[in-house]
Design a protein around this ligand. Structure first.
Ligand SMILES: [Zn+2]
Length: 249
């Protein structure tokens, strides 16, 4: 039996038997892990409130060979999000991010960039809940990028010319981005404004991205939201389970 300690973000928990829970976490050192927290639903238990979704914890767990579920032995809260528990929009946004992390992360594969990006997004919304929409777009773009599904935003997939100017770009059915002449007008149109938003995520932190793009017109925001939704649905081969309430179509 091996014992491990890692920082982890609680994504979801399910009741198991009378007093236990199955908890899904994104951990820094092991990636996505599923574990059992014994007796955690009893009034007095060693886990306290640490296993509430979206809490950042220090987790000690052990695992036995050939068992998918690990056993949680100790937790310590590093950052709780109780202050946001009554904000329905934030909770729905957090659930959406949590679901996507579970969908995109292969079990037990550490991905430090993904872990840090996710944490930065949860933190940015915690600090400034009104930035939720921007942070979700940022999260979606980076999730796609870090998992290798974001098209090259700099050059045409066909002629390799750098994108620039005012011409729209076209997203092909193979999820690659082409210039107007290579695509011959086929594919999903990506406006210059949406392209600029995508590029901005590459250079900025989540709070900076929110700050710098607050003035972007509703039309562009909607187009970006639809684009990321489309890309994610294509990768998953279905629509995401949860969907942020403000995405209208
Ligand atoms: Zn081209």
């Amino acid at each position: 039996m091996a014992v491990f300690e890692t920082e982890a973000l609680v994504l979801r928990s399910y009741n198991l038997a009378e007093a236990d829970k199955i908890v899904v976490c994104l951990s820094r050192s092991t990636g996505l892990i599923r574990g059992v927290a014994k007796n955690c639903r009893k009034l007095k238990n060693r886990f306290g409130a640490s296993l509430e979704p979206f809490t950042l914890i220090n987790l000690t767990y052990f695992e036995k060979e050939h068992q998918e579920l690990v056993s949680f032995s100790q937790t310590e809260i590093l950052r709780s999000r109780f202050n946001l528990s009554s904000d329905a929009a934030v909770l729905s946004g957090f659930s959406y991010m949590g679901d996507l992390l579970m969908d995109f992360s292969p079990p037990r594969q550490a991905n430090d960039n993904l872990y840090r990006m996710a944490l930065a997004c949860f933190e940015a919304v915690s600090q400034s809940p009104s930035d939720l929409e921007w942070v979700l777009r940022y999260f979606e773009v980076w999730l796609l990028k870090l998992e290798g599904f974001l098209p090259d935003l700099r050059t045409c997939a066909n002629c390799h010319k750098a994108f620039g100017g005012d011409e729209p770009l076209y997203l092909g059915s193979d999820l690659s981005l082409r210039c107007a002449s290579c695509s011959a007008g086929r594919g999903t149109v990506i406006s210059k404004q949406v392209h600029q938003q995508l590029r901005a995520t590459e250079k900025l932190s989540p709070p900076k991205f929110a700050e710098e793009t607050r003035g972007v017109p509703a039309e562009t925001r909607e187009a970006l939201a639809q684009l990321t939704y489309k890309l994610i649905s294509r990768v998953l081969e279905r629509t995401p389970r949860a969907r942020p309430t403000f995405v209208t179509s």
